[in-house]
Design a protein around this ligand. Structure first.
Ligand code: HGY
Ligand code: MN
Ligand code: MN
Length: 416
C-alpha cells in the first residue's frame, strides 16, 4: 500500500498541548493524574475528547461499555476501518501519558490528515477504551476484553469497586452508557501508541519500540483468614495472624519470580487488611497477586507453584487461604504485517528503533485476538510509570505519533 511521503509529520506542538490540556483534568497530588475510570474526572476527560473529535469533524459512537469510537470517513465507506487508540483512564497515582498518548496520538493523526487534506481508502476510528487500568474495577482492559468476547457484558456490569459501587451503575451515572453492541464493530486493523512504562528504550538510546509480543498476566485475588484478637493480651502461641500470611505469601511471590528469571515478574500491589486497627491482630487480609511473563508455559508453572505452596504456608501459621483468578490473558504475539508497518515507518522516518516485548498489558493485547494489531512504544524517563512522576519528552511523543501516523495511513491506504 502507498506509504505517506517521508516528509509527512504530525504537529508535535499541538499533540503536546493536547496532552497538557487533558492532564489538567483529574489532577493528582504530585503533578500526575488521578482520573480513575467512571469517576466525574473520567467523564470530564471524555467530554473534552469528544469536543476535540467534534471539532475535527469526526462522528462519535459509544458502545454499552462506554468505549468511544470517533470515525473519520474514508473514500470507501464499506471498507473496514483502521482503529487507533488507547485509554484515558488513569491509576490513582498515575502519570499524564499512560494511555492518553495513544488516544491523543490517534486524534493528532486525524488532525494532520485534515490539515493536509489527505483522504484514506479505509475510514480511521480513534478509540478511547473504558477501564483499561482495572484499578477501580478489576480486571484490567475490561472494555476491550468484552469487545474481544473474553468477558460477557453482564459480568462486566456487575464488577464492584472498593465501595461496592457497580461498573454498570457508575457508567450510567456519568452518562456514558452507549447503545452500540460491544464487539459489533469489525476492524481492518488496530494500532496503539503507548509509553514503554519500563527502562529498556531509554537505556538502549532508542526512540521507538516496535512491539512484537506482550507479557501474559495472571491476577490472583487471595484471602487469608485468621482471627481478630487483642494485639496486647493475646499470647503469641494463640494468635491466628492473617497479616503474617500476607507477609509469607508476599515473599513466596517474589521467590517464584526470581527463580524464573529472566523475563518473569511478580508482586502484590493491592492489599486490604481487616479490620485495619492498630491494636487488633488482622483477622482477614485480601490482596491481589500480579504474575507476568511472555512465555506461556513459564507463566502456568509459576501459577501452579503458587497455588501449591501458598495454602500450606498459611495453614502452618493457623490461618486459612483461598483465592480466585480475577484477571488473565495469555502472552500476545502481534500481527506481523502490522508490526512490519510500524518497523518500516520508524525506518523511513529515520528514528532509532528496536523490537521489544511489552511488559505492561494494553487494550491491544485483547484486540489482537479479533483484528490484526500492533503497538508503537516511546521511551519514558527512568522507565517510570504508574507513578505521578511519569515523564516523557515532547520529542519522544512526536516520534511515537509520527510512526503511528505512517503505520496507520499506510494500512488505511492513501487515495489523495
Ligand atoms: O496492568 C497493566 O499492565 C496495565 O497498565 N493496565
Ligand atoms: Mn496504559
Ligand atoms: Mn497503566
Amino acid at each position: 500500500m502507498a506509504a505517506p511521503g517521508e516528509n509527512l509529520k504530525i504537529d508535535g506542538a499541538r499533540l503536546w498541548d493536547s496532552l497538557m490540556e487533558m492532564a489538567k483534568i483529574g489532577p493528582g497530588v504530585a503533578g500526575g493524574n488521578n482520573r480513575q475510570t467512571l469517576t466525574d474526572a473520567d467523564a470530564e476527560g471524555r467530554a473534552l475528547f469528544k469536543k476535540w473529535c467534534d471539532a475535527a469533524g469526526l462522528t462519535t459512537g459509544v458502545d454499552r461499555m462506554g468505549t468511544m469510537f470517533a470515525r473519520r470517513e474514508g473514500s470507501d465507506p464499506d471498507a473496514l476501518p483502521v482503529y487507533v487508540g488507547s485509554h484515558l483512564d488513569t491509576q490513582p497515582t498515575g502519570g499524564k501519558y499512560d494511555g492518553v498518548l495513544g488516544v491523543l496520538g490517534g486524534l493528532e493523526i486525524v488532525r494532520t490528515l485534515n490539515d493536509l487534506g489527505i483522504r484514506t481508502k479505509h475510514p480511521i476510528v480513534v478509540t478511547n477504551w473504558t477501564n483499561e487500568e482495572g484499578t477501580r474495577f478489576a480486571p484490567a482492559m475490561l472494555a476491550s476484553g468484552v469487545f474481544a468476547g473474553k468477558h460477557d457484558l453482564d459480568w462486566a456490569y456487575a464488577r464492584v469497586d472498593h465501595d461496592g459501587k457497580s461498573f454498570g451503575d457508575e457508567l450510567k451515572r456519568i452518562g456514558w452508557a452507549g447503545d452500540e453492541e460491544v464487539g459489533a464493530r469489525k476492524m481492518h486493523a488496530f494500532f496503539e501508541l503507548h509509553i514503554e512504562q519500563g527502562p529498556i528504550l531509554e537505556a538502549e538510546g532508542k526512540e521507538i519500540g516496535v512491539v512484537t509480543h506482550g507479557q501474559g498476566l495472571r491476577w490472583i485475588e487471595c484471602t487469608v483468614t485468621g482471627k481478630e484478637s487483642h494485639t496486647g493480651s493475646t499470647p503469641m502461641a494463640m494468635r491466628k495472624n492473617a497479616g503474617r500470611g500476607l507477609a509469607l505469601v508476599t515473599e513466596l511471590v517474589h521467590e517464584i519470580a526470581m527463580k524464573n528469571q529472566p523475563n518473569a515478574v511478580g508482586a502484590i500491589g493491592h492489599i486490604d487488611v481487616y479490620p485495619n486497627s492498630r491494636n487488633i491482630i488482622p483477622g482477614k487480609v485480601v490482596f491481589t497477586v500480579d504474575m507476568r511473563t511472555h512465555i506461556l508455559d513459564k507463566l502456568e508453572g509459576m501459577v501452579a507453584e503458587f497455588m501449591e505452596r501458598a495454602p500450606k504456608l498459611c495453614e502452618e501459621i493457623g490461618t486459612e487461604f483461598s483465592c480466585e483468578i480475577v484477571g488473565q490473558f495469555d502472552p500476545p504475539a502481534f500481527d506481523e504485517t502490522c508490526v512490519k508497518a510500524v518497523r518500516d515507518a520508524a525506518e523511513r522516518l529515520g528514528y532509532s528503533h528496536m523490537d521489544i516485548v511489552s511488559g505492561a498489558g494494553h487494550d491491544a493485547c485483547w484486540i489482537n485476538d479479533v483484528a490484526p494489531t500492533a503497538m508503537v512504544m516511546c521511551p519514558c524517563v527512568d522507565g517510570l510509570s504508574h507513578n505521578e512522576a511519569e515523564e516523557i519528552s515532547p520529542e519522544w511523543a512526536a516520534a511515537g505519533a509520527n510512526v503511528l501516523f505512517h503505520a496507520v495511513v499506510e494500512t488505511a491506504g492513501v487515495v489523495g
